[in-house]
Design a protein around this ligand. Structure first.
Ligand SMILES: Cc1ncc(C[n+]2csc(CCOP(=O)(O)OP(=O)(O)O)c2C)c(N)n1
Ligand SMILES: [Mg+2]
Length: 386
C-alpha cells in the first residue's frame, strides 16, 4: 500500500499554540521556503527602531487611546451587567493595539469600516466617548441616535462607516468605497477590518480579486484573534497563514504583531503609502487575542479554551507591553501612566452618566433614516401611523 497523507497532515496546521506563528517548517510543508512577512522571521528591532522616529506627543497619544478603549469597555461591561445596556455587545479587550496602531497610520479624511467588535474603532476615529456610550445605552444622543446599538455605530462626519453585524458583509461594501475613491480621484484610503472567521467566505475572495485587479486604495486588516465564537481557527481552515491568501490575487500582504501597537502602525503605514501612491490594496493579518468572551453573554474561556490559556496570553497585554517600552525610553513614567489612567477612567465614567441622562429616541425616529419611498398617499409601505 502506498503511504498516503491525510488532508490534515498536508496543511500548515500547527501542533500546539506555541507553534502557531508561521515558521520555517510550515513554509517547507507548503513548498514556499522564502516568505518575507513572517512574524517569526521578523528581525528583532531595537527600542529606537520600534519608535520609528515618532514624536513623543504622538507616542503618548497612542498610549492614551489604547487605555481609553480598555477603560471605556470595562465601564460598558459594568453597565451591561447592571442591565443598562441590552442586546449584542462584543468587547475588544486584549485587541486594542490593532485598531489603535492601524488608525493612527491614517488621516482623518480616510475611511474606516469594521465588523461588530467596534467600540475601539469608533472611539479611535474620533467619535466622542459620550456618543459611543449613549449608543450602547440606546439613547437619542448616541452616534446612531440610539437606533444602532453596539454593532451599528456610524459617523459620516468622522468617516467612520460602521459597525456591521453580518460576518464579512463589510468587505464588499468597503471595496465599493475604495472604488469610489479611485473613480473620483480622491487622495484617501479605505481601511476595513474583519475577523479571521470571515476569510473563507466568497465575499472576501471576490473582493480581494476586484481590489487587486482595479488597484483600489483598500487596506484590509484581518483581526486574527484565533477564534470565531468558540471555533479555533486551525479547526476551521485548511490554510493557517491568512496573509498568504493575498498571493492568489497578486496582492501584497503582511503579518503584523497585533499585540504590538507600533508594529501595527508600521505595517499599516507602509500599506497606506502604497495605496496613496496608486499602487493598490494590501492585506494585513494582525495576530492578536481576545481576553474576554466572544460577547457579553459568553464566558471568558468556555469549552474551547481554558482559563489558563487566557491567563497565559494576558502576559502579552498590549497596553502593558507598550507602557513598558515608553517607560524604558523615558517618554512616559509609571506616574504619568497612572495619571493618564485616572483621566480615561473619569472620562468613561462621565460617558456613562451622560448616557444615563440622555433620552430614549422618540417613536417618530422609527420613520427616519430608512430606505423606503412614500407611496401616492404619502405613506411608507409599512406606515401604521394614523
Ligand atoms: C454571515 C454570518 N454568519 C454567522 C454569523 C454569526 N456570527 C457572529 S460572530 C461570528 C464569529 C465571527 O468570528 P470572527 O470573524 O473571527 O470575529 P471575532 O468575533 O473573533 O472578532 C459568527 C459566526 C453572522 N453574524 N454572520
Ligand atoms: Mg476571530
Amino acid at each position: 500500500m502506498p503511504e498516503t497523507k491525510t488532508r490534515r497532515e498536508e496543511t500548515t496546521r500547527p501542533e500546539s499554540p506555541e507553534d502557531r506563528a508561521p515558521d520555517a517548517q510550515a513554509s517547507e510543508a507548503q513548498g514556499e521556503p522564502d516568505r518575507e512577512a513572517q512574524t517569526a522571521e521578523k528581525p528583532k528591532l531595537s527600542d529606537e527602531e520600534r519608535l520609528q522616529g515618532l514624536e513623543p506627543d504622538k507616542l503618548r497619544r497612542i498610549a492614551y487611546d489604547m487605555l481609553l478603549a480598555r477603560r471605556f469597555e470595562e465601564k460598558a461591561a459594568e453597565a451591561y451587567a447592571l442591565g443598562k445596556i441590552g442586546g449584542f455587545c462584543h468587547l475588544y479587550i486584549g485587541q486594542e493595539a490593532v485598531a489603535t496602531g492601524a488608525i493612527h497610520a491614517l488621516r482623518p479624511d480616510d475611511y474606516v469600516m469594521t465588523a461588530y467588535r467596534e467600540h475601539a474603532h469608533a472611539l479611535q476615529c474620533g467619535i466622542e466617548p459620550n456618543a459611543v456610550m449613549a449608543e450602547l445605552y440606546g439613547r437619542a444622543d448616541g452616534c446612531s441616535k440610539g437606533k444602532g446599538g453596539s454593532m451599528h455605530m456610524f459617523s459620516a462626519e468622522k468617516n467612520y462607516l460602521g459597525g456591521h453585524g453580518i460576518v464579512g458583509g463589510q468587505i464588499p461594501l468597503a471595496l465599493g468605497v475604495a472604488w469610489k475613491i479611485k473613480y473620483r480621484g480622491e487622495d484617501r484610503v479605505m481601511q476595513v477590518y474583519c475577523g479571521e472567521a470571515a476569510v473563507n467566505q466568497g465575499a472576501f475572495h471576490e473582493s480581494l480579486n476586484m481590489a487587486a485587479l482595479w488597484k483600489v486604495p483598500l487596506i484590509l486588516i484581518v483581526e486574527n484573534n484565533r477564534f470565531g465564537m468558540g471555533t479555533a481557527w486551525e479547526r476551521a481552515s485548511s490554510l493557517y497563514d491568512i496573509y498568504r491568501k493575498a498571493g492568489a490575487y497578486a496582492m501584497p500582504s503582511a503579518v503584523a504583531d497585533g499585540m504590538d501597537v507600533l508594529d501595527m502602525y508600521r505595517v499599516t503605514r507602509e500599506a497606506v503609502e502604497r495605496a496613496r501612491a496608486g499602487e493598490g490594496p494590501t492585506l494585513i493579518e494582525a495576530r492578536t487575542y481576545r481576553f474576554v468572551g466572544h460577547s457579553m453573554s459568553d464566558p471568558v474561556s468556555g469549552v474551547y479554551r481554558t482559563k489558563e490559556d487566557v491567563e497565559k496570553e494576558k502576559a502579552n497585554d498590549p497596553i502593558r507591553i507598550y507602557a513598558d517600552l515608553l517607560a524604558r525610553v523615558g517618554i512616559l513614567s509609571q506616574e504619568e501612566l497612572e495619571k493618564m489612567d485616572e483621566e480615561v477612567k473619569a472620562l468613561s465614567e462621565a460617558s456613562a452618566d451622560f448616557a444615563e441622562k440622555s433620552p430614549e429616541p422618540g417613536p417618530d425616529e422609527l420613520y427616519t433614516e430608512i430606505y423606503a419611498e412614500e407611496n401616492v398617499a404619502g405613506r411608507l409601505y409599512f406606515d401604521g401611523r394614523r
